[in-house]
Design a protein around this ligand. Structure first.
Ligand code: FES
Ligand SMILES: [Fe+2]
Length: 414
């Protein structure tokens, strides 16, 4: 349970908030790379942490992120004319360079001095099918640390973005909550439940035990399930401020993993970027099928958002529920529906946590402590932690207390 004050501190990320200041110490996804591939193509208006930004690629091919609204009189630069070395506002023709400096003002009278002005601009990195930016103070900007998947061939990674009307924390909590995997995702995890055949690894066990440990990048935790005489362990990683890696394991193949970033658009909207990657090529079609996003009544691929709401019962198919646990198809659809079902921000003063919520509780504590550290002006180790070493594993549990750690030897323990 959290107090109302703690819940607000945890969830709200706009400019001037403590959690907003924490997020502004990290590189964050702003859009998928395929949306800004074409030089001189349509600029994209994007909201990130409650701020309106524009992302575009100049006709020469350079990516740029600026504040969306023109510093003259607020026309959207997403309507602007993209040029070789910047973007020109349609309204009065002010031209902004890559660093935001105003290069030209078309409406200054001939006899007047041209003022020197600059629009806010942000650094950009394109990596792993995602465009990343950093909105924080220059003096705290960490070097961009690539995740391991970014070194894989492009055909071995599929990035999908989904925007939903829900705060980022409830999405992240779902992603770190291992006990729901065998229950919400019953049809994938326990196909035998409705008289069908087969068991999928140890996921038949709905009562895992947990061990958890802080790391430099956030934490990792192990969930143990019994499968006959054998103990299975799934090790998942929480990556500050809102990332996670989940092993593919029995559900998605031993050589696969999914990395997910829950990125706040604002306090009540989230862009979820999930990257499925592995040792073999993966097609977008198979990934969309697996997630359930191949259903055009649920997901609009062009707009990268869900189409349903609480008012239409999330399009749940109740007639199918004698053989389909959730009435939904696809693991990610089930996850997203649950997060959206809570409303924009859940009232955490009313919850009743149990020991299975250990990863949720730890995540909140790590984030609130880190927000305190930022507020106190302390250095934030997690913002500079190496991301290339972070992984996730689904395997037979090594015998011995705490020996699961040997499965992730590259994780630096705090
Ligand atoms: S509002 Fe952009 S140039 Fe005037
Ligand atoms: Fe899930």
């Amino acid at each position: 349970m959290l107090t109302q004050e703690q819940n607000d501190r945890l969830c709200r990320i706009g400019p001037g908030t403590p959690m907003g200041a924490l997020f502004r110490r990290f590189w964050l996804p702003i859009c998928t790379a395929d949306k800004v591939r074409e030089p001189g193509g349509r600029p994209r208006p994007e909201r990130l942490l409650g701020e309106n930004l524009v992302v575009f690629r100049t006709t020469k091919g350079t990516l740029c992120v600026l504040d969306e609204f023109c510093i003259h009189r607020s026309a959207s630069l997403a309507l602007g004319r993209v040029e070789e070395d910047g973007i020109r506002c349609l309204y009065h023709g002010w031209k902004f360079g890559l660093d935001g400096s105003v290069l030209e003002m078309m409406n200054v009278p001939r006899d007047k001095r041209i003022p020197r002005l600059e629009a806010p601009s942000y650094p950009v990195v394109e990596s792993g099918g995602i465009v990343w930016t950093y909105l924080g103070p220059k003096e705290h900007q960490p070097a961009f640390s690539p995740f391991a998947y970014m070194a894989l061939p492009e055909e071995n990674q599929v990035v999908v973005r989904v925007d939903t009307n829900a705060n980022w924390v409830q999405h992240l909590e779902g992603g770190l909550d291992e006990s729901h995997v065998s229950i919400l995702h019953t049809n994938a995890a326990r196909p035998g439940w409705a008289g069908g055949d087969g068991q999928v690894g140890a996921l038949d066990d709905t009562r895992p035990n947990f061990e958890i440990e802080d790391t430099e990048f956030g934490y990792h935790y192990a969930s143990f399930r019994q499968e006959n005489e054998r103990t299975n362990v799934r090790v998942c990683s929480f990556i500050m401020p809102s990332g996670r890696i989940i092993p593919g394991g029995a559900l998605q193949g031993a050589n696969n993993a999914t990395i997910v970033f829950e990125i706040p658009i604002d306090d009540e909207h989230t862009a979820t970027y999930s990257v499925r990657y592995g040792s073999r090529p993966i097609t977008r079609e198979s990934r969309l099928r697996e997630t359930g996003y191949d259903n055009p009544t649920l997901y609009a691929p062009e707009q990268q958002r869900f189409l349903f709401s609480r008012r239409d019962f999330h399009l749940q198919d109740r007639a199918s529920m004698d053989r389909n646990w959730s009435g939904f198809r696809g693991i990610s659809t089930e996850d997203a529906v649950i997060a959206i079902s809570m409303g924009p921000i859940p009232d955490r003063t009313k919850e009743h946590l149990i020991s299975s919520d250990v990863a949720v509780v730890r995540m909140r504590r790590r984030l609130l402590d880190a927000a305190d550290a930022v507020e106190a002006g302390r250095d934030l180790k997690s913002a500079r932690a190496d991301r290339g070493c972070i992984g996730a594993v689904d395997a037979a549990a090594p015998a011995g207390d705490g020996h699961w750690r040997s499965l992730v030897p590259s994780h630096a323990v705090e």
